[in-house]
Design a protein around this ligand. Structure first.
Ligand code: TDO
Length: 184
């Protein structure tokens, strides 16, 4: 597998080794030993799947306390996937990194604990799968406004379909600092 650095230290894109043959293909979507050897000692406790239509944007989401690291990828379609560093005290606080993830490129994106995460669907449908390092905790589930001007994320969609919750999410500047993840 190949690990590609992004603009944000800690957020990486992973390209699995794909074994194709006459039947189709095979790849390891996660191998704990290989990731540990590459410096990412990860323990996952929850796996999720969502499916969304073109133009849907889910995000920006994070959990605090009880943060989740997420290894995300796409099994159907294509998304623009974004991680935002919202760890108070981080040298890259407020900065974001993005990756195109698709069923075709089979790329995975590692979004560490303390980052907000979201994605926008670029294909007719997208089936999104991800493993998490902590369980879903409704009480610590939180969000930020997808188009916060202070973040200036380069979303490729101008008018996405959002959940009610995401439409009303606060801007980063309006979240009390003691309600945000800490660094390191
Ligand atoms: C995230 C989650 C949601 N749910 C429930 C709550 C709700 O009734 C329904 C839909 O939840 P949401 O609207 O929060 O789903 P969604 O907008 O897909 O939330 C996800 O968005 C992406 C961007 C992430 O990064 C994920 O961590 C997660 O926050 O599913 C669970 O039961 N377990 C979970 O782990």
């Amino acid at each position: 597998m190949k690990i590609i650095k992004t603009e944000l230290p800690g957020c990486v894109v992973i390209e699995p080794a794909v074994h194709g043959d006459a039947r189709g293909f095979f790849y390891e979507s996660f191998n704990q030993q290989r990731f540990a050897d590459a410096g990412y000692a990860l323990e996952f406790v929850q796996s999720n799947v969502s499916r969304s239509a073109r133009g849907v944007l889910r995000g920006l989401h994070y959990q605090w306390p009880n943060p989740q690291g997420k290894l995300v990828s796409v099994l159907e379609g294509e998304v623009y996937d974004v991680a935002v560093d919202i760890r108070v005290g981080s040298p890259t606080f407020g900065r974001w990194a993005a990756a195109i993830l698709s069923a075709q490129n089979k790329r995975h994106f590692w979004v560490p604990e303390g980052f907000a995460h979201g994605f926008a669907v670029l294909s007719e449908y997208a089936t999104f799968v991800y493993q998490c390092t902590a369980l879903y905790d409704r009480a610590s589930d939180a969000g930020l406004r997808w188009n916060d001007a202070a973040l200036a994320i380069g979303w490729p969609i101008a008018e996405p379909s959002l959940s009610d919750k995401d439409t009303k999410a606060p801007f980063l500047a309006d979240v009390p600092r003691d309600k945000l993840p800490t660094y390191p």
